[in-house]
Design a protein around this ligand. Structure first.
Ligand code: BGC
Length: 248
């Protein structure tokens, strides 16, 4: 079965039909730039462009970089335009797409669902936490493979700061940190999350998962196993399609 997945990120809106049996894209993905400011109407236009590129007419799953309840309502917007807060994103996208059935899910939750089924978390029991390091820090928490949605662990307090402002990959760029300096911050952050949740496994996702060899070896003193995500850039697209398939 194929369902369309769209990943809405700070820099790009990426999408493709997803082959749900293989957990992979069925066609090469299409990407358009995220408008700035990333207001609801502009983002909806971008999503329509991506869908129209494929002439898709079936169900669509979309990620959003904030809390999303009930597959529809956006509740927070830390790194996108505040105009999203309390927007019914399902209604917005569905209207713009001529009434196609739409499901919206937090971006890290989508990536987590895909990694648990097809990637680094496959078959893993106990508590597994996927953290995405990008513009912000996203989290997806699983207990015996079941997701606890919208956990928002990127906004834990770390040394008096919002953790994602200290340890996201944007923070690495903003503060011009070396891999080692940044890994030190990530280590502190993981130690804090470990103190609260005692997971068996951390999956490190987001763009940096491709560069795991540059920083994972600097991280010490964490009991849990730490592994890079495997689906990398496509985890959000695949996970969004998986969520939409559950609703369809
Ligand atoms: C948001 C999360 C999101 C994460 C990654 C955070 O700022 O609050 O909902 O998952 O960024 O995009």
């Amino acid at each position: 079965m194929q369902i369309f997945g769209v990943d809405i990120g700070g820099s790009g809106i990426k999408g493709a039909p997803v082959d749900l049996d293989r957990g992979d894209l069925a066609q090469e993905r299409c990407k358009v730039l995220t408008p700035h400011p990333a207001v609801p109407d502009g983002v909806a236009d971008g999503v329509k462009q991506v869908i129209d590129h494929f002439g898709w007419t079936g169900p669509v799953g979309l990620t959003f970089p904030g809390v999303v309840t009930g597959g529809a309502m956006v509740r927070t917007a830390a790194n996108v335009d505040p105009g999203w807060i309390d927007t019914d994103a399902r209604a917005l996208f569905s209207d713009r797409l001529g009434g196609l059935p739409v499901t919206v899910v937090n971006d890290a939750d989508a990536a987590g669902v895909a990694e648990m089924r097809f990637g680094a978390g496959r078959g893993r029991k106990g508590t597994v936490i996927l953290l995405t390091f990008g513009t912000g820090i996203g989290s997806a928490v699983f207990a015996d493979g079941v997701l606890v949605p919208n956990t928002e662990l990127g906004h834990l307090e770390l040394n008096g700061h919002d953790a994602e402002k200290r340890a996201s990959s944007k923070a690495k760029d903003d503060h011009e940190l070396s891999w080692q300096q940044w890994a030190h911050r990530v280590q502190k952050y993981l130690a804090h999350v470990e103190m609260l949740f005692s997971p068996e496994l951390f999956i490190v996702g987001g763009g940096v998962s491709r560069k795991a060899d540059k920083f994972l070896h600097f991280i010490e003193g964490i009991r849990a196993e730490i592994v890079p995500a495997q689906l990398q850039n496509n985890a959000g697209i695949v996970g969004a399609a998986m969520r939409a398939a559950e609703k369809a």
